[in-house]
Design a protein around this ligand. Structure first.
Ligand code: AMP
Ligand code: MG
Length: 336
């Protein structure tokens, strides 16, 4: 199968609609990362997404709909705080988990009685979802455990020859996956941190918890049991206080390979003369650049050395969570 990368046009949307209606899988731009979408009503199409990615069968998918879609068609009720959050943040990088049974293919939620719903703000995603005019189940468009894709080329690199179409909307401006929020309980609870932060949610809903699975417990978000975002090269990870140690590590690698640091701008400035990839300065910039730099790093370096950024708060919770997992220092969440 030939894989075409096309921008939004009458022709590409017609093709996308046709592919989705016939059970094919289509990749599409969103404001967070690229998604790998299939008709959420079609068992075989949904199962194809799992097999294409090599995704574990117990890690549920998020259903994407366009902004005019009546999501009450997909849910079994909605707490009042969820309605307020929906009005405040959708369309946007917030996925809301609702009580829901039997509304879409049972494979979407892996047999659970909840459904994760997202309304992306990307004009490309909106045009695609409007054309498809049905709920599209879509995880990130990367092979399972690999780094999430933020350009059409990244998707192509993982799925060339395996899917017919990538709807190109340019580079994703958000850069890390959506916040996943459990809206089935008395108060909202974050299952995965992202660009819509706990502080932002609490401001609207009054309260917001962050779910941390206790050891041995089956996690609420089954994907939380998997390793994620791994670049395909050797990795090491240091705090900024241990920069001297990191430099020693770098120097040991120089004899046999190509080491490279991945760090924020302030630290890059201290590492003149070494190979560096610059994450930037603000939390939003670091979110936007992280995945593209992890993919660049795995291509250029035999050893990628992450230096933990020192900023905290807001979007940094999501950035640090992705970065630590990419470098294998924090397990117990997210599969790709
Ligand atoms: P991805 O689309 O690859 O970014 O992964 C989707 C994330 O949403 C994973 O962490 C899933 O475990 C989570 N998720 C999807 N559906 C549900 C659900 N019904 N309940 C809890 N978490 C979910
Ligand atoms: Mg993913």
């Amino acid at each position: 199968m030939e894989t075409h990368i096309l921008g939004v046009s009458e022709e590409s949307l017609r093709l996308a609609k046709e592919y989705i209606a016939h059970g094919e899988v289509v990749a599409f731009h969103t404001e967070t990362v690229y998604g790998l979408g299939a008709n959420a009503f079609d068992d075989d199409a949904v199962l194809r997404v799992f097999s294409l990615k090599g995704r574990p069968a117990d890690n549920p998918l998020i259903v994407h709909v366009h902004r005019e879609y009546d999501i009450s068609r997909l849910t079994d009720g909605e707490p009042s705080y969820a309605a307020a959050l929906r009005r405040a943040f959708l369309p946007g990088p917030l996925t809301m988990v609702y009580p829901s049974e039997g509304k879409v293919s049972k494979y979407v939620s892996c047999g659970m009685n909840t459904l994760a719903i997202r309304v992306p703000s990307s004009p490309t995603a909106q045009a695609f979802l409007k054309a498809a005019d049905l709920p599209v189940a879509a995880p990130s468009a990367n092979l399972s455990k690999h780094v999430s894709p933020v350009t059409a080329q990244h998707v192509f690199d993982d799925f060339n020859g395996k899917i017919p179409l990538i709807l190109d909307g340019g580079r994703c401006g958000g850069g890390i996956e959506s916040t996943v929020l459990d809206c089935t309980g008395a108060i909202p609870q974050i299952l995965r941190e992202g660009l819509v932060t706990r502080e932002m949610i609490a401001k609207i809903a009054g309260e917001c918890g962050v779910y941390r699975p206790r050891s041995g417990e089956r996690p609420k978000s089954p994907g939380m049991a998997y390793k994620h975002y791994a670049p395909r090269c050797k990795t090491a990870y240091f705090s900024a206080e241990c920069l001297e140690k990191a430099i020693t590590y770098y120097k040991n690698e120089v004899n046999t390979g190509t080491p490279c640091f991945l760090c924020e701008s302030a630290v890059c400035a201290l590492l003149k003369g070494y190979n560096t990839l610059d994450l930037g300065s603000s939390p939003e910039e670091m979110a936007r650049r992280l995945y593209a730099l992890l993919r660049k790093g795995e291509q250029q370096a035999s050893l990628l050395i992450g230096i933990e950024p020192q900023q905290r708060g807001g979007v940094m919770a999501g950035v640090l969570n992705r970065m630590r997992r990419a470098f294998g220092v924090e397990h117990g969440t997210e599969e790709g």
